[in-house]
Design a protein around this ligand. Structure first.
Ligand code: AMP
Ligand code: GLY
Length: 441
């Protein structure tokens, strides 16, 4: 089949990389591509947000399946437009994408479906929101309802900071219209985990847990980013826990979405907070996570295109989904200054020793140990034949090995071989899980 991937980040590079190995795929296109993606897929110069342009391209080129990476085109209705034109697409309708595009919508679905989540109230009016936070005891979280590039959530230490967050969103319009409505909820504590399932509207297939690292600095310090590193599987959170999340979160949500007349098809990504025996949903996303997708794709075995096509056609039961039991770790290299201001266009060196033809002793060791290393491009560009930085997150250095420890060590060996001015990475990706393993002997 001919497949079009929409998006251009590390997540889409990982999807393209895995799709390129799908026996059923003989034509692979990506809108709009990247220096990494363009080595394996034909770049299509159409912006991911240009829904009409993408549909026109898919028709003209007889694309059999379009796979959407980011949330924006989904929230804009790309799946509805493709379906209207008889084009097959993997990703939810605009109505179902509200699970990510509106936090108030997601919380109301959770409440109705009995999915565990923090207690909350929704406000369209700043003074009512302020009255609410002053009347409450205990820490709160203030969330802009709409899509705010991951910046719309303020975890508040006290009433003062909650009032400030309300003013910023509703009066100063820091998040534009996304902050015109607010969800204010109880603050939860525990360990954050991402969970993924492929949903066909009725049935779902689990892809398991992945742990992301959002703060920019080691020890979860500093401001939140899109994600500084991820690994899977997550020790301790195995199949019994997965069954629980499928039964308590994924299935009731799908049932409620179908009952509302907006069945959910695509990847359901539940951001969870786990505290002992308690599991709560912090948020839903309607797409693969980035960087969570990178370790997931490293572990994915089998024909990804066939599986996603079956799910898109409402035949999840026909999809063969198998994940390797091996461990995958992705360490993200970022531009200095990210998530604040950063420079672009800085030359990147050292990739050839990992990916390309240049010899390296480590590569020989990795091959002997059957370790795979793959560097996914998150924000790079080509300038006069030189690979340069072109985003806050630049590369996702990913390794697959028999043990988590080996995968972590390898990902860092490879990450240290790459150089660019201002390069930053977290040094403690998966450290918590490694410590836990050691503690258990
Ligand atoms: P969200 O976009 O809703 O996942 O929120 C972004 C981040 O804010 C999450 O990854 C959590 O770290 C934090 N967060 C969101 N909701 C809560 C909550 N109810 N309690 C504590 N932290 C939260
Ligand atoms: N890594 C978190 C996200 O993709 O939203």
């Amino acid at each position: 089949m001919k497949v079009l991937v929409v998006g251009k980040g590390g997540r889409e590079h990982a999807l393209c990389w895995r799709l390129n190995q799908s026996p059923s795929v003989w034509g692979l296109y990506c809108a709009s591509g990247s220096p990494g993606i363009n080595q394996i897929a034909k770049p299509v110069d159409i912006a991911p947000a240009d829904v009409a342009g993408l549909a026109k391209f898919a028709r003209a080129n007889s694309i059999d399946l379009t796979i959407v990476g980011p949330e924006d085109p989904l929230a804009a209705g790309i799946a509805d437009e493709f379906e209207r034109q008889g084009l097959r697409i993997f990703g939810p309708s605009k109505a179902a994408a509200q699970l990510e595009a509106s936090k108030a919508f997601a919380k109301s679905v959770m409440r109705e479906a009995g999915v565990p989540t923090a207690n909350f109230e929704v406000f369209d009016d700043a003074s009512a929101a302020c009255r609410y936070v002053t009347s409450r005891k205990g820490p709160l979280v203030v969330k802009a309802d709409g899509l705010a590039l991951g910046k719309g959530v303020t975890v508040c230490a006290d009433t003062e900071s909650a009032l400030r967050a309300i003013a910023e969103a509703m009066e100063e319009r820091r998040f534009g219209t996304a902050g015109a409505r607010l969800v204010i909820e109880e603050r939860l504590t525990g360990e954050e985990l991402s969970f993924f399932a492929l949903a066909d509207g009725v049935d779902a297939i689990p892809l398991g847990f992945v742990q992301d690292h959002k703060p920019v600095l080691d020890g979860d310090r500093g401001p939140n980013t899109g994600g500084m590193g991820a690994y899977a599987p997550v020790p301790r959170y195995g199949t019994a826990f997965e069954t629980r999340v499928m039964n308590e979160v994924v299935r009731p949500t799908l049932k409620m979405m179908a009952a509302r007349g907006t069945p959910f098809r695509g990847v359901l990504f539940a951001g969870l907070m786990v505290d002992g025996d308690a599991v709560n949903v912090l948020e839903f996303n309607v797409r693969f996570g980035d960087p969570e997708c990178e370790p997931l794709m490293m572990r994915y075995e089998g024909d990804l295109a066939e599986a996603l096509l079956a799910v898109a056609e409402g035949r999840a039961r026909d999809a063969v989904v198998k994940l390797s039991a091996r461990s995958a770790v992705s360490v993200v290299l970022t531009s200095g200054g990210y998530p604040g201001d950063y420079r672009k266009g800085l030359p990147i060196s050292g990739l050839g020793r990992i990916d390309g033809a240049e010899p390296s002793e480590l590569k020989v060791h990795w091959a002997l140990d059957k370790i795979r290393v793959k560097v996914f491009h998150a924000g790079t560009a080509m300038r006069d034949g030189q690979l340069v930085t072109d985003g806050g997150r630049v590369l996702a250095v990913t390794a697959l090995a028999d043990s988590l420890e080996q995968a972590v060590a390898t990902a860092y060996e490879a990450a240290d071989m790459i150089e660019f001015e201002g390069k930053h990475m977290r040094r403690d990706v998966a450290r918590r899980a490694l410590g836990r393993d050691a503690a258990r002997g």
